[in-house]
Design a protein around this ligand. Structure first.
Ligand SMILES: Cc1ncc(COP(=O)(O)O)c(C=O)c1O
Length: 438
């Protein structure tokens, strides 16, 4: 792959293609906490791939399960058919989901999970005789994937501005990033709870009877790792209850142990009506997403003639056997290695390591919760994002550490098999990279 023309055909997603192809970063294998680059370096994974490889890379248990499955049952439809693993997986997910989210609709990605959840929410109201509840509320800086539903409720400008008017009838809460008041908060920030009252304001504007659902990420990760102010999610739930609005937590990143517990809903003690998941569901090994649905929502659809399809929605690969095998094995690994507790047992160590970077040049904020972290750098004059990109590339090319940059925010989310020595190395390497960046 040294000839750069060999890189031409692949139109890379969310990538500066020409810049990348001039200086490629290629990964050729992975194991545990490390990638191996195509030039033979061991690169410490500070981002669990793309927030997804929670069990670490190439976990033998997951590898074996997928290999066995492909040789046994490569594909089986789930439209009017089924196979055992998909039912078993749904039961296992219902068992770890917060009560009463005890039904599961399978998808192939986070984006599909989001579109599925939004559709279920609107259809649910219609089926109950409130078909006028079609409005969806998202939040600024929210990321809900790249489907038209997801970018409509999402709040990242670059993901929205090129694609026309998007879904009609969508509104947004303000985001909760407030560096002047909350910089260097450890865990959840103290200031900003009042922002949740935006939902009351939108209810006054549109009337509750028109609003189907609110969707938020418990922690807005891709939009810059924005934490909910203390008490925000609880209050959001209260306002939704008061007005009969469904609450959707997009847990594509926060699910499967990232913040401690199976889901952030449990860690924060707030139960939504639907949860969207993907990524850590299979520890990133096989594409799969799932929407966890409250029993009362599912029940609302289970009427009418026995022979009637209750929801005209699904994907060819909903509940694909390989993905099911990977997810079942990942759930085994999470349980056997106590990985859902890791973000709690290592949380303080992680927090201290990250906050040790306070005081380095250009560091204007550090945020953390569970095994998520962010270091925000001051943008360069007339070149927002340049400083973050420089730290990211220096870490990868010179210091053998993979981090993510989202503008000038360095985002971190190591595999949950991370140990203290890896955390030390992540912090030390970042300190070096940031200190060198002008
Ligand atoms: C909160 C959230 N929702 C949805 C998605 C979209 O997931 P996918 O890229 O699998 O479609 C992501 C991806 O990062 C995400 O973080």
């Amino acid at each position: 792959m040294s000839e750069n023309h060999a890189l031409e055909a692949f139109w890379m997603p969310f990538t500066a293609n020409r810049q990348f192809k001039a200086t490629p970063r290629l990964l050729s294998s992975a194991s545990g906490m490390y990638y191996r680059s195509d030039d033979g370096r061991q690169v410490l994974d500070g981002t669990a791939g793309l927030w997804c490889c929670n069990a670490g890379h190439a976990h033998p248990r997951i590898v074996e399960a997928v290999q066995k499955q492909v040789a046994t049952l490569d594909f089986a439809p789930t439209f009017q058919m089924g196979h055992p693993a998909v039912f078993e997986l749904a039961e296992r997910l219902a068992a770890i989901a917060p009560n009463p989210l005890n039904h599961v609709f399978f998808t192939n990605s986070g984006s599909e999970s989001v579109d599925t959840a939004l559709k279920i929410a609107i259809a649910y109201h219609r089926i109950r005789g409130e078909g006028q509840r079609t409005r969806l509320i998202g939040r600024e800086k929210g990321y809900h994937g790249v489907g038209f539903g997801g970018i409509s409720v999402g709040g990242m400008v670059n993901n929205r501005k090129m694609f026309g008017p998007l879904l009609p009838g969508v509104d947004h809460l303000r985001h909760t990033l407030d560096i002047p008041r909350n910089a260097f908060s450890r865990g959840l920030p103290r200031h900003g709870l009042e922002l949740v009252e935006d939902l009351e304001r939108l209810v006054q504007l549109h009337d509750a009877s028109t609003i189907a659902a609110v969707i938020v990420e418990p922690i807005a990760c891709s939009g810059g790792v924005v934490m909910p102010p203390d008490g925000y999610l609880k209050r959001l739930r209260e306002i939704c209850n008061k007005h009969g609005i469904l609450l959707i937590f997009d847990e594509v990143i926060t699910g499967f142990g990232r913040v401690g517990g199976a889901f952030a809903a449990q860690r924060f003690g707030v139960t939504p009506d639907l949860i969207t998941t993907a990524k850590g569901l299979t520890s990133g090994t096989v594409p799969m997403g799932a929407v966890l649905v409250a029993g009362y929502i599912h029940e609302a659809f289970m009427h009418g003639p026995q022979g009637a399809i209750e929801l005209f929605h699904g994907y060819t690969y909903s509940g694909h056997p390989l993905a099911c095998a990977a997810a079942l094995a990942a759930l085994d690994v999470y349980a056997e290695e106590n990985l859902f507790e890791k973000a709690i047992t290592l949380g303080e160590y992680w927090e201290n390591a990250l906050h040790s970077l306070k005081g380095l040049p250009n560091v204007i904020d550090i945020r953390n919760f569970g095994l998520i972290g962010a270091i925000e750098l001051a943008p360069r004059d007339n070149a927002p994002g340049a400083r973050g990109y420089e730290v990211f590339t220096r870490c990868f090319h010179d210091l053998d550490l993979m981090v993510r940059c989202s503008g000038d925010v360095i985002a971190l989310s190591p595999p949950l098999v991370v140990e203290k020595e890896h955390i030390d190395r992540i912090a030390q390497t970042l300190a070096q990279a940031i200190a060198k960046t002008t």
